[in-house]
Write a protein that binds this ligand. Structure first.
Ligand code: UTP
Length: 509
């Protein structure tokens, strides 16, 4: 395992602007405690209208004063000030008009011929066997809706095997690596590891690393996994002032899954990818039990199209479904994603008379492919514009919970910067089993995700000539196929033909 530990401080507090200890030497008295407030730091806070952070200085013990100074020194004040100003300004502007995605930007399932699929699969396999693909997992979310105290990836959705989401993903990587080696040379044991970059946050980092260690990386080589942390951003009141969580700490929140771009830049992982010869990055969210990690077909399609980025999409199930959809921003503008809450309900249900589909029907499911070249460019573009989404939330503060803003970027914020982009439709019953809400909620629960997995795998087994018996109704059970023996339904004939399986059970070697 490679560890990138120090970038948290780099992201929050790249002190090259002079906000750091250079100004603070005067505040330490001989006994190691704090005397008066550190003037240099106060002046800098005043420059940005944030001097209230020191309002309770006189009431703090000397240890607390030290904590407060360290906390503020770790914030890159000029960067954060730019982000707050640009985001508040942009929030006040009317959103640009949207248009549906042009048909020519989407590869639909019905358009694809078998020969295309086979060609893309082979192209993808070749690139994987040459070490050109890495995968990146977004795993910094707090998973509040799921309500588990562990990182979401540790969650066991109740499959017969009891495997966690992390384990299911690791085993898919193991399987693709093996298939890639075999595709180049039948009988080959020469496996080229797919490097796995895992983005955590201060809320998930420690537990994620420990989970991987205690499970021996699920059979992967420990040095093919790199953990890195996304940054955090101070939470602010509506007029842009820091909210103090305690008298000596600013309230902070992770900078959203789009924090991945600056985290990759500050932790120099894009250089790390280049050094490894990686050209393409497959990026996905942790909470999809059917995710096809490192999908060779998608990769082959991506290489074939020669675009800077691509996203898998599924058709929106119904107009008011709570998913973001792809749109075109402005007339002839770039592809972008609009959150369901931002899409007017009449637009959400408008029909395209020619296709009979919803006008805005392509749902974003957080499955993206990027070239490493584009990732190198986009971090700078996003940093320069400094526009974050403002999420109005209850923030813990010294005055109890107070309404304020968390500032976040989303992974899809990069798309408008892409010189070229295309969408790749996939079937939700094959690739999308979201785990968002706790069991008992109406949708996207561990139970619903488990059933989606069991149903798909049951179809694979039956198609491969297997039979099922079951003592509970078939709609509530099924068989699970270990990713170690099949990635997408292949290779099952030898294991299943003529055999009967008693559901629920796992089919493994
Ligand atoms: P969600 O938007 O579903 O958020 O994340 P969440 O934190 O998992 O869940 P809630 O909203 O608190 O219930 C989509 C993906 O983005 C990642 C998540 O880990 C998940 O893979 N994510 C989210 C991050 O990596 N960082 C973040 O700051 C937020």
């Amino acid at each position: 395992m490679r560890e990138i530990g120090a970038q948290q401080a780099q992201i929050e507090g790249n002190n090259s602007n002079g906000s750091g200890n250079g100004n603070g030497g005067d505040q330490f008295n001989d006994g190691g405690g704090m005397a008066g407030p550190p003037q240099g730091l106060i002046e800098r806070l005043k420059d940005y209208g944030q001097e209230d952070a020191f309002a309770l200085w006189d009431e703090l013990s000397s240890d607390e004063r030290e904590l407060l100074v360290k906390d503020i020194e770790n914030v890159d004040l000029s960067r954060i000030d730019r982000i707050i100003r640009c985001s508040l300004q942009s929030h006040a502007l009317p959103a640009a008009a949207i248009e549906p995605v042009p048909e020519s930007s989407v590869s639909t399932v019905e358009d694809r011929k078998l020969e295309d699929r086979e060609r893309w699969w082979k192209m993808g396999m070749k690139a994987i066997s040459e070490g050109k693909l890495a995968v990146l997992l977004l795993s910094g979310g707090q998973g509040t809706r799921l309500g588990s105290s562990d990182p979401k990836g540790c969650f066991n959705i109740g499959l017969p095997s009891g495997k966690s989401l992390f384990q299911l993903q690791a085993e898919k990587i193991l399987r693709v690596q093996r298939l890639a080696a075999l595709s180049q040379n039948e009988g080959s044991t020469d496996i080229v590891p797919i490097h796995w970059y895992i983005m955590t946050s201060p809320f998930t980092d420690d537990a994620t690393r420990k989970f991987f260690e205690s499970h021996k990386y699920f059979g992967l080589e420990s040095d093919q996994v790199t953990f890195f942390q996304q940054g955090t951003i101070p939470c602010v009141s509506k007029d842009g002032r820091f909210i103090m969580e305690t008298p000596c700490r600013v309230a902070k929140a992770p900078d959203g899954n789009g924090g991945v771009y600056s985290a990759l830049k500050y932790s120099r992982l894009l250089d790390d990818m280049t050094m490894r010869g990686v050209k393409y990055l497959d990026c996905y969210g942790v909470d999809n039990a059917l995710v096809r990690v490192a999908d060779p077909t998608f990769l082959g399609y991506f290489i074939d199209k020669g675009v800077a980025t691509a996203a898998k999409v599924v058709r929106k199930a119904y107009p008011q479904e709570k998913v973001g959809v792809f749109v075109r921003r402005g007339k002839g503008g770039p592809l972008a994603v609009v959150e369901y809450s931002e899409l007017d309900s009449s637009l959400a249900s408008a029909i395209n008379q020619e296709t009979g589909r919803l006008r805005f029907c392509w749902s974003n499911v957080c499955l993206h492919m990027f070239t490493v070249d584009f990732l190198n460019q986009v971090a700078n573009g996003l940093e320069k514009d400094s526009i974050y989404h403002l999420a109005e939330k209850k923030i813990p503060s010294i005055h109890g919970y107070t309404m304020g803003y968390k500032l976040e970027q989303f992974i899809f914020d990069a798309f408008p910067y892409a010189p070229s982009m295309t969408l790749f439709e996939v079937l939700r019953e094959e690739e999308f089993a979201p785990v968002k809400n706790a069991n008992g909620s109406n949708y996207d629960t561990p139970d619903s995700a488990r059933l989606l997995c069991l149903r798909l795998h049951t179809r694979w087994v039956v198609a491969a000539g297997g039979f099922l018996t079951h003592s509970v109704p078939l709609y509530s059970t099924g068989v699970e196929v270990s990713p170690l023996c099949s990635y997408a339904g292949e290779n099952l004939e030898a294991i299943c033909r003529g055999r009967t399986f008693h559901a629920p059970c796992e089919i493994s070697y």
